[in-house]
Design a protein around this ligand. Structure first.
Ligand SMILES: [Zn+2]
Length: 271
């Protein structure tokens, strides 16, 4: 199997395993929140002012689910990054001999107890928004003496399947993006300069990917990608676009496949 297909498959497998855990925890969250509703102070089915302990309990529920989520998801991510790492190492060392390559998990500090807030990784796992949203809903319900059944309907962490929504689309992108980060940092560390924009095209491939797939480039040539009309990047996102990490954008399934200078020159003549 080709290197890019191999990484794509490993990403899909990890994503499926993670979704199973996320669905399980969403159901658990729904169950706990419903139990919490039974503890609310009400009068004739109307929600009264709540004790502070309810808010403390909400915070605790979300912190516990967050911890459980990390304990379930991080080992799956680590395992998939280990396998992807192996694929990347084999691919690079088959062409360039002994390559210095730090594992993806180490590059992004992915350990079960050390996930920094205010980083993309911390944001992915943080459930603080869910806790805040539930607390706000409860405060509003208390202040207007909402019907308890109405309250149950307006709790969006259950309705919108908060956890599932949060993880559904972002996990593949997370794995693919960090695989590319590892590839491009390894390339940088080892002075590699030529690559092919690789992986096949699918019906939903973006115009930018259709234009670039299968072609050879130098690192220097990627500096203008951000301004390509085909990429159609909004101005506000341009400063954070890293060509060899984000490539065609969110959930892009393309990879830089590094090649030697002579391969580059040969390909450049034919494209
Ligand atoms: Zn793409």
């Amino acid at each position: 199997m080709s290197y890019e297909k191999h990484i794509e498959n490993l990403t899909d497998i990890a994503n499926e395993q993670i979704q199973v855990e996320v669905v399980r925890l969403q159901l658990k969250l729904n169950r706990i929140v419903k139990q919490l509703l039974l503890l609310l102070d009400t009068e004739d089915g109307l929600v009264l002012q709540q004790k502070n302990s309810i808010y403390t309990q909400i915070q605790r529920i979300f912190s516990e689910i967050e911890l459980e989520l990390k304990e379930a998801v991080i080992p799956i991510l680590n395992e998939s990054f280990d396998s992807i790492n192996e694929v990347i190492s084999q691919e690079l060392s088959s062409k360039f001999g002994n390559i210095k390559h730090k594992s993806i998990s180490k590059r992004i500090g992915l350990t079960s107890k050390n996930i920094l807030r205010n980083t993309p990784l911390g944001q992915l796992f943080s459930l603080q928004l869910g806790a805040d949203s539930l607390k706000n809903t409860l405060t509003i319900a208390s202040s207007m003496k909402m019907d308890i059944r109405m309250l149950e309907k307006s709790i969006t962490v259950i309705d919108s399947e908060f956890l599932i929504d949060k993880f559904k689309k972002s996990i593949s992108d997370f794995i693919l993006r960090h695989s590319r980060l590892s590839i491009s940092e390894t390339a940088q560390d080892n002075g590699l300069n030529y690559f092919i924009y690789t992986n096949s095209l699918i019906s939903t491939s973006r115009p930018f990917c259709k234009e670039h797939a299968g072609k050879a480039f130098t690192i220097e040539e990627t500096k203008n990608w951000v301004n390509s009309p085909l990429l159609n990047m909004p101005e506000k996102w341009k400063p954070s676009y890293i060509p060899l990490v984000h490539m065609g954008g969110f959930n892009c399934r393309h990879f830089p496949k590094y090649i030697t200078e002579s391969t580059y020159k040969a390909l450049k003549l034919s494209q």
